[in-house]
Design a protein around this ligand. Structure first.
Ligand code: NAD
Ligand code: ZN
Length: 353
């Protein structure tokens, strides 16, 4: 299927299909032929795993040498950003050049920000390769990290197109798979009870995450994100719903010296917390225990280290709010619909934990 994302500044297709890189080969080649230079940005791991994709993108006369980043979050540093710029200047990339981001959310965020800022903005295309990237590749948020705060230096810059080949997800390690799947669960929770029910019915253990094609569910997740972004591109209002579970989740994630959590693993804990709070504060009718048991069957772990205190998490939550302007509110679910609250007071939070 193809979803069209329409914002005030852009309109672009998101193609979601098994093998779509093969099926849409001619279309993609045609698109790339419009540019003076094509630069692929990918990470080390993906460049080896999907060498044939890199080689194919590399094949035409307007392609320059790919820029290969370190894996994961280490792609989103000032040093790598500068190295990417050096690479582009040395290869004479001009305003008519295009960047192709091949990889997960980290590569997409870096490549998007490079595209947003090189010569004040050039085009880019997303070829996401992780489950999480069904979220990150759509919506035009791009960023790198500062040592003091994640995603603090960035820009809104929408891609020209997104080609999401879901057959590439087969090679994801289990924890990556689950981490991204948490964002799909989030999309169901905030906007589509049917999607949530379908996902809960279709996925009952970790093996099913690989065995059962995720394309139809990821498509719905992307549609939800596309609808929200269409209404609120710059996160002035309802786009904040996408932060559901993230206030507490980021606090858990930031307690990384207790245990290393992947983003989605921490967000699952954050969403449980937000659901419990929603029950208390908005009267949400939702069986959190059943939901948790289901998630545990998939391998999610909701336990927090006993040495991690409430005060520590609370401090991190407040710190997150200060540093992350996009989550200055706490997001709840109310009778299947998200409701934004602009404050959360300490007593309510501590009672629920
Ligand atoms: P990632 O890009 O770090 O990828 C995770 C790991 O999986 C990497 O080591 C990568 O090499 C590997 N990998 C990628 N594709 C693979 C494949 N098909 N098979 C096997 N291994 C593969 O992580 P991610 O979870 O995709 O994204 C996380 C990033 O996304 C964070 O930096 C987060 O801030 C960002 N994010 C951005 C947005 C947004 O709206 N821009 C939204 C959510 C998250
Ligand atoms: Zn997230």
């Amino acid at each position: 299927p193809t979803i069209t994302v329409k914002t005030a500044t852009a309109s672009y297709p998101v193609v979601v299909e098994q093998n779509c890189l093969q099926q849409q080969k001619k279309t993609i080649e045609g698109l790339l032929a419009n540019y003076s230079h094509v630069l692929v940005i990918t990470d080390q791991h993906v460049s080896i795993l999907y060498k044939e994709v890199c080689d194919w993108l590399q094949n035409s006369s307007n392609s320059v040498l790919p820029f290969v980043t370190p894996n994961g979050e280490s792609a989103k540093t000032f040093a790598i950003y500068e190295a990417a710029m050096t690479h582009m200047i040395s290869h004479n990339l001009d305003r008519k050049s295009v960047i192709v981001a091949l990889g997960g959310g980290a590569v997409g965020d870096l490549a998007g920000f490079v595209a947003a800022s090189y010569m004040r903005g050039i085009d880019f295309i997303q070829l996401p390769t992780t489950v999480l990237a069904h979220d990150s590749a759509v919506g035009g948020k791009t960023a790198i990290n500062h040592p003091l705060a994640k995603n603090i230096v960035g820009a809104f810059h929408q891609p020209q197109a997104v080609y999401y080949d879901t057959s590439l997800l087969a090679s994801l390690p289990e924890r990556q798979m689950r981490s991204g799947f948490a964002e799909l669960i989030k999309h169901g929770l905030i906007a589509d009870a049917t999607l949530l029910a379908e996902v809960m019915a279709n996925y009952q253990n970790c093996a099913s995450l690989y065995a059962r094609d995720m394309t139809p569910f990821l498509t719905k997740g992307i549609q939800i994100k596309a609808d929200i972004v269409a209404e609120d591109e710059r996160e002035q209002g309802i786009r904040a719903y996408l932060n559901f579970g993230h206030t507490f989740g980021h606090a858990v994630e930031a307690a990384g010296d207790f245990k290393h959590w992947f983003h989605g693993e921490a967000i699952m804990i954050g969403m449980k917390f937000a659901l419990l709070l929603s029950q208390q504060l908005t009267g949400l009718q939702f069986d959190v225990t059943r939901w948790q048991h289901w998630a545990e069957k998939l391998g999610y772990d909701f336990s927090l280290p006993p040495t991690l205190t409430f005060e520590q998490l609370y401090d991190k939550m407040m710190h997150d709010k200060k540093n992350n302007l996009s989550s200055d509110s706490f997001c709840f679910v109310e009778r299947g619909r998200s409701t934004d609250f602009t404050s959360c007071d300490e007593n309510t939070v501590s009672r629920s934990i």
